[in-house]
Design a protein around this ligand. Structure first.
Ligand code: 0SG
Length: 209
């Protein structure tokens, strides 16, 4: 339930908080919306994102003290893997996870900002397309970009999306948008901090899949 979403104050201090609060609560929720709207296009996306999360969790759980923060995980793996790094381990999983999270952030922000297709105001295709272009497109081959074009047609209508975010309750669009705005405050800070860490540590790769 979007009412229950809490974000993290200091995103780099605790991976447990991040993985549990930011990803499990919100992202799993957004991904389940895809599921409950009965669209099979969402299952590979969900599998990919949950795979990333499991990988990060597993590394964290091997040594919760050593890997107390995401930064400590990246530093530890850098030392452990040498030249293979950053194309390895939780560093690679978080590299991809942050792109999926950023996609969700940009899409929600665009909805909250009222960006819409005036001839189809109840569609979220423009919002999803904008998010895709700004976050994932440059990491995708021509083929995967085509898949996105198909996936975006399976996106729910804005009213169904908002209803799903509100656990089936009929809410006013304005009320839901206000909740999205509140959620975005800490979510955006968290994602920006992770992006900044990848830049500072020179851990970003730009190959296409
Ligand atoms: C509402 C509209 C919905 C549109 C959704 C847009 C999505 C685009 C459609 C394309 C579907 C592709 C799904 C999967 C793509 C993956 O191939 C890529 C790359 O995956 C990484 O590859 C793995 O994530 C890594 O996993 S790891 O944990 O083991 O490290 C690793 O395997 C890596 C390997 O690369 S290698 O070095 O071997 O070449 N993944 C993505 O592009 C992320 C997609 C996330 C989309 C999130 C969208 C949320 C949608 C919510 C909508 C309400």
């Amino acid at each position: 339930d979007i009412d229950e979403i809490e974000s993290v104050e200091d995103p780099l201090t605790c991976v447990r908080k991040f993985v549990h609060a930011a990803t499990n609560k919100c992202v799993m929720y957004v991904l389940e919306i895809g599921d409950c709207l009965g669209s099979t296009v969402f299952s590979p996306i969900k599998a990919d994102v949950t795979g990333n999360i499991t990988k990060i969790k597993n590394v964290y759980e091997t040594n919760p003290t050593k890997f107390k923060t995401l930064q400590l995980i990246l530093e530890g793996e850098k030392e452990q893997y040498g030249t293979e790094w950053p194309n390895v381990g939780a560093t690679l999983a978080l590299m991809w996870l942050k792109r999926g999270l950023k996609f969700i952030q940009v899409m929600l922000q665009s909805i909250a900002d009222g960006e819409r297709d005036e001839s189809n105001p109840n569609f979220i295709r423009v919002n999803a397309t904008k998010a895709y272009e700004l976050t994932l497109k440059k990491y995708h081959s021509w083929f995967v970009q085509r898949l996105f074009t198909v996936a975006v047609y399976a996106a729910p209508s804005k009213s169904d999306f908002m209803k799903a975010l509100s656990k089936g309750r009929e809410v006013k669009e304005e009320e839901c948008v206000e909740k999205i705005r509140q959620f975005l405050v800490n979510f955006t800070v968290t994602i920006d901090a992770i992006y900044e860490m990848y830049t500072k540590m020179n851990a970003e790769l730009d190959y296409k899949v």
